[in-house]
Design a protein around this ligand. Structure first.
Ligand code: SAM
Length: 300
């Protein structure tokens, strides 16, 4: 686990030169993009190892995911919780044509994509803003023997490096809370899909951001506001699944137990963040929603 943010940042910059032609996001000419890459990159350099360790199963296998998971009554481990969330998102994609090409937006370290290509006849493009996540994802896909069916691309969800109408489906799992410009994200998501394609967006929602204790790099919106932006961007909303009561509180208990007796900054940070989220969730002010969208289609 990294010692502190400063040294982590230096290491991160050293191993991820932003000027490498192939690894600069397509919109890197825009103001502030490198700062964004750095801010998000620093955060994940700080938490990634901790979250990955927490998500290992009894055999030491990593979930390859960096999300909060879905905690059913019988869920005991973070590994299983992350797999539950992934499976639900995959299920929301519905039936897909054989050989369909999909986009995993904010793919993280690639675990969800690897499992999806293992269970379905699809190919994926995985996009993330942080080069280090993509490197881990590429290596994991290679080890899993699925590198030929997953392409990893650097890019921002608010300005995607893809042509119009090229994907048969997309999903974005717990990444959009990072996006300051949600309209740009939904417009871009819709633009790169073929007409009639399905898109699944799973994320944290909050009706009053002033109640969130740690807000740096987090841009939560209320579910209803998100829905409006989705529709304005050309999607119809086919379903919304509310899972907040199966995310925040059980995760808080799990992390508190996992961190018991450890007082380092990172563990204290997560204990405080999750305590805040569970409280807001219990008050009905924070949620976790899975939106099932369709490009075009009739609004229900
Ligand atoms: C909580 S992690 C979730 C990763 C993955 N979807 C999963 O469930 O394991 C959020 C991811 O979003 C990525 N991200 C943040 N802002 C982004 C942006 N503007 N464009 C693309 N990816 C972004 C982060 O680098 C990180 O990998």
């Amino acid at each position: 686990m990294p010692g502190n943010v400063e040294s982590t940042h230096k290491t991160w910059v050293a191993i991820n030169p932003l000027n490498d032609q192939h690894e600069v996001p397509a919109m890197s000419k825009s103001e502030g993009v490198n700062e964004l890459v750095q801010q998000v990159g620093d955060f994940y350099a700080w938490i990634r190892d901790y979250w990955t360790e927490m998500g290992r199963n009894q055999d030491g296998a990593s979930s390859g995911m960096l999300n909060f998971g879905l905690w059913e009554d019988n869920t005991v481990t973070m590994f299983d919780a992350e797999e539950n969330l992934r499976a639900l998102v995959a299920n929301c994609l519905g039936a897909l044509p054989p050989g369909a090409r999909g986009l995993d937006i904010g793919c993280g370290i690639g675990g969800a994509a690897i499992r999806l290509v293992q269970e379905r006849d699809v190919a994926l493009t995985c996009m993330d803003l942080v080069p280090a996540q993509l490197e881990i994802g590429r290596e994991s896909a290679r080890k899993a023997g699925v590198a030929g069916r997953i392409e990893f691309r650097l890019g921002s969800s608010m300005d995607m490096p893809f042509q119009d109408g090229v994907f048969d489906f997309s999903y974005c799992m717990e990444s959009s809370f990072h996006y300051a410009d949600k309209s740009a994200f939904f417009r871009e998501n819709c633009r790169v899909l073929k007409p009639g394609a399905v898109a699944v967006v799973a994320d944290i929602t909050c009706e009053d951001n002033s109640l969130v204790t740690f807000r740096s790099g987090n841009y939560f919106l209320a579910a209803e506001d998100l829905r409006k932006l989705m529709i304005e961007s050309g999607f119809s909303v086919e379903d919304v699944i509310h899972i907040g009561d199966r995310v925040f509180k059980p995760l808080q208990s799990y992390v508190a137990q996992y961190s018991a007796g450890q007082r380092d900054k990172l563990r204290r940070y997560w204990n405080l963040v999750l305590k805040n989220y569970s409280t807001l969730s219990a008050q009905g002010k924070m949620g976790y929603e899975i939106f099932v969208l369709r490009k075009g289609g009739r609004q229900r």
